[in-house]
Design a protein around this ligand. Structure first.
Ligand code: MG
Length: 374
C-alpha cells in the first residue's frame, strides 16, 4: 500500500461525525462512510433515475447509478496517482448525486421553479443541497440518529457548491463558502471526475441513441483527434469498437492531464499540508488547452444532445409531471403519504420536495397517473 501524501485527507485526522460513534475495528471512518452510502436506499434508487435518457428508453443507457460508479472509478484513479485518500474520494463520488430528482435536470428545474413560485421563503430546490440532506437527515436506517451520520470531510465533499445565504443556515459543513476556502483535494477532484464521466458517457449514449452522429462529433477537436488516431492504427476496426476506443482515449487524456496539472499546482503553491490545500486557490484543474477542449465538447453536447428536440420533448413531459405532482400535493396535502405531511406551510413545501426528489423516474410517472387519471 502506498502511503498517503502529506496533503491528503487522513482518516485519523477526520473532524468526525455529528453523533459520536464507537470506531469500527476493521474499517477506517471513510471506508465506513462509503459502505453506509452503498447500503442506503437513496443509493439503490439511483438505478432508476436518469440524466439525459429516461429510464424506459433503453437498457444500455447510463443511469445515475452507473454514472456514480464511473465517477468513483475515475476519481479513484486520480486519487491513486496523487496519493490522495481513495476511500474518501470513493465515498464522495458515490454520494454526489443522491439528491437528484427523477428525470435529471428537467426534474430539478421544475421542482425548483415550483418551490420558488409557490413558497419562496422555503428557498427553492438544489440537488446538491439535497444530496447532503439525504445523508444528513432523510435516510432512516439507524436507531440512534437520522441520516447516515457521515464524517465531516465526506459531507463537505458532497456539498460541491452553495450560495452564501444557504451556507449560513448549514453551519460548519458549509463554512468554506463564507470564508472563501477550498475543500480537500479529494472533494475538488471528485467534482472534475464527475465532469469527465458525464461528458464522455453522454457522447457514448448520444451516439448509441442516434441523436448525435460521428460526423457532427468530428467537428469537436478532442473527439476528432482521438478518432483519427484510432482509425489510423486500426483501419479495419468496427464502428462500435472505434467509438469505445475513441472515448476510452479521451477519458484517459483527461485523467492524465488533470492529474499532471493538479500535481503541478501542488508544487507551484508549495502545498505541504491539508491546511495549505484549504487556504490555496482551487488546485484541481485541467491545463488550459485541455480545459478548452473539454469546454468545446460540453458546448457541443448542450447544443446537439441536451437541446435535441427528442430530448426536449421528454424534458417537457418530465417538467410537467413534476410541476403537477408538486402543485397537487401542495394544494391538498391529504394526498400525500402520511410521513410526508407537515404542520407548517414551510415544512410542507420542503417535505413535498423531499418526497418528489426521492422518486425514481418510473415511480414519478406512476404517481402522476394515480393522481391525474381515473
Ligand atoms: Mg454527477
Amino acid at each position: 500500500m502506498t502511503t498517503l501524501a502529506h496533503y491528503a485527507t487522513k482518516p485519523e485526522d477526520t473532524r468526525g461525525r455529528v453523533h459520536q460513534e464507537i470506531e469500527d475495528p476493521s474499517r477506517n471512518p471513510f471506508q465506513r462512510d462509503r459502505d453506509r452510502i452503498i447500503h442506503s436506499s437513496a443509493f439503490r434508487r439511483l438505478e432508476y433515475k436518469t440524466q439525459v435518457f429516461v429510464n424506459h428508453e433503453g437498457d444500455l443507457f447510463r443511469t445515475r447509478l452507473t454514472h456514480s460508479l464511473e465517477v468513483a472509478q475515475i476519481a479513484k484513479a486520480l486519487a491513486r496517482t496523487l496519493r490522495l485518500n481513495e476511500d474518501l474520494i470513493e465515498a464522495i463520488s458515490l454520494a454526489h448525486d443522491l439528491g437528484h430528482t427523477p428525470f435529471g435536470h428537467a426534474g430539478q428545474d421544475a421542482l425548483n421553479a415550483c418551490m420558488r413560485e409557490k413558497v419562496p421563503q422555503a428557498g427553492g430546490f438544489e440537488h446538491n443541497l439535497q444530496s447532503l440532506r439525504v445523508v444528513d437527515e432523510l435516510e432512516e436506517r439507524y436507531a440512534a440518529f437520522n441520516g447516515l451520520n457521515l464524517c465531516f470531510e465526506t459531507r463537505e465533499g458532497i456539498l460541491k457548491h452553495c450560495s452564501v445565504s444557504h451556507a449560513r443556515s448549514l453551519g460548519e459543513v458549509a463554512r468554506r463558502f463564507i470564508d472563501k476556502k477550498q475543500p480537500g483535494l479529494e472533494a475538488q477532484l471528485a467534482n472534475l471526475a464527475d465532469e469527465i464521466a458525464y461528458n464522455n458517457h453522454d457522447v457514448d449514449d448520444g451516439l448509441r441513441s442516434g441523436l448525435i452522429t460521428i460526423d457532427q462529433l468530428l467537428e469537436v477537436a478532442i473527439f476528432a483527434e482521438h478518432y483519427n488516431k484510432v482509425i489510423k492504427i486500426y483501419p479495419n476496426i468496427s464502428k462500435k469498437r472505434l467509438i469505445s476506443e475513441t472515448i476510452r482515449r479521451i477519458i484517459n487524456t483527461l485523467i492524465v492531464d488533470l492529474a499532471q496539472t493538479t500535481a503541478g499546482k501542488i508544487k507551484t503553491f508549495d502545498i505541504k499540508t491539508l491546511k495549505d490545500v484549504y487556504n490555496a486557490p482551487m488546485l484541481a484543474a485541467f491545463s488550459e488547452p485541455v480545459r478548452q477542449q473539454a469546454d468545446e465538447l460540453k458546448k457541443f453536447l448542450m447544443e446537439n444532445l441536451y437541446r435535441h428536440y427528442k430530448v426536449m420533448r421528454m424534458s417537457g413531459k418530465a417538467r410537467r409531471i413534476v410541476y403537477e405532482l408538486y402543485n397537487a400535493f401542495l394544494d391538498d396535502p391529504r394526498l400525500l403519504p402520511k410521513d410526508y405531511r407537515a404542520d407548517s406551510e414551510l415544512q410542507q413545501a420542503r417535505s413535498i420536495a423531499d418526497y418528489i426528489a426521492g422518486m425514481t423516474d418510473r415511480y414519478a410517472i406512476k404517481e402522476h397517473k394515480r393522481l391525474f387519471l381515473i
